[in-house]
Write a protein that binds this ligand. Structure first.
Ligand code: FMN
Length: 277
């Protein structure tokens, strides 16, 4: 039977870094000071042991060190580049007509699996509506589900009912901003070890925004979808099979339909309290 933690003893330099870096003490130094898995139940499969080993001696869950991206000598954004991104990123509310490149989208989605999750639970699901066509189809289902609900006992709030009617009639789309696509990130709270589903979803959405923007794709968070779901709890379950108790958030995306000439000025807005040394 394949084991989770595999050590190539011919490469191990007995530095102990993997044991020190193991967050829950699943690894220990065994005979001749080499690391071994002591408490597999404590292991959260974070792969830190694989990542920290300077000798490339650890294969974890079948993942070989030679297949990892190197952590040094690769292009990373400088502080200036990262802060420039944060200062100039904008919520896009006017999208170009064309769809985004499918290959670029798929590359972004694959990288998103690297988003951190509490206790490394990795119970996120990425539901992507990649084209205008797929988003339009969803919008029709969205309006139908809302209207079906209206026929039921409860009355819909005006902020939902009126824009939904506009959407059906092809009027202004304040829900989805006439975007070219949408990503919904949800967390399966029934999955083992999920402790921070809301945060996990928000972090993955932020990472999507960062990656999409750097690939020339504009984005806008879609808080309206959560508001709509709070009024019609069966909304995402009926339309996309995302269960009603799964925390989620959506990001609209597409090619930019407007070009901003400058950033806004919020550097002085952060309330920073630096405590005495
Ligand atoms: C959690 C969240 C939900 C949002 N929901 C919407 C939304 O439903 N529709 C929309 O047009 N903008 C939405 N926004 C965009 C905010 O209005 C926007 O971030 C804010 O006005 C600042 O503008 P900026 O993102 O261009 O800096 C949302 C932003 C966040 C962070």
């Amino acid at each position: 039977m394949a084991t989770l933690f595999n050590l190539d003893a011919t490469k191990c330099v007995k530095c102990g870094l993997c044991v020190e870096d193991c967050a829950f003490g699943a690894l220990k130094r065994g005979e001749s000071s080499m690391p071994e898995m002591a408490k597999e139940a404590e292991c959260m499969r974070c792969q830190h042991c694989l990542a920290v080993c300077p000798a490339g001696a650890i294969t974890f869950d079948g993942k070989r060190p030679g297949d990892s991206i190197p952590a040094h000598g690769i292009a990373l954004p400088s502080f200036e580049e990262a802060s420039n991104w944060l200062r100039t990123r904008r919520s896009m509310r006017k999208f170009a007509k064309e769809d985004v490149d499918r290959d670029v989208l798929e590359r972004i989605l694959r990288v998103l699996g690297n988003s951190p999750t509490g206790c490394n639970a990795r119970a996120l699901k990425f539901t992507c509506l990649p084209t205008r066509n797929s988003l339009e189809r969803f919008k029709r289902d969205f309006v139908n589900t809302i209207e079906k609900h209206r026929e039921g006992s409860k009355l819909l709030p005006r902020w939902l009912a009126i824009p939904a009617i506009k959407l059906r009639k092809g009027g202004k789309d304040i829900f989805f901003r006439d975007a070219a696509g949408m990503l919904i990130v949800s967390s399966d709270t029934s999955s083992k070890g999920v402790t921070t589903p809301v945060q996990d979803v928000a972090i993955a959405c932020t990472n999507f925004e960062l990656l999409a923007n750097s690939a020339g794709i504009a984005t806008c968070w879609c808080g309206f979808l959560n508001l709509a779901q709070s009024a019609v709890p069966e909304l995402l379950e009926d339309t996309l099979g995302i269960k009603r108790d799964m925390p989620f958030y959506a990001i609209l995306f597409g090619k930019a339909g407007v070009r901003y000439s400058r950033g806004v000025q919020r550097d002085d807005y952060a309330q920073i309290e630096m405590l005495p040394i």
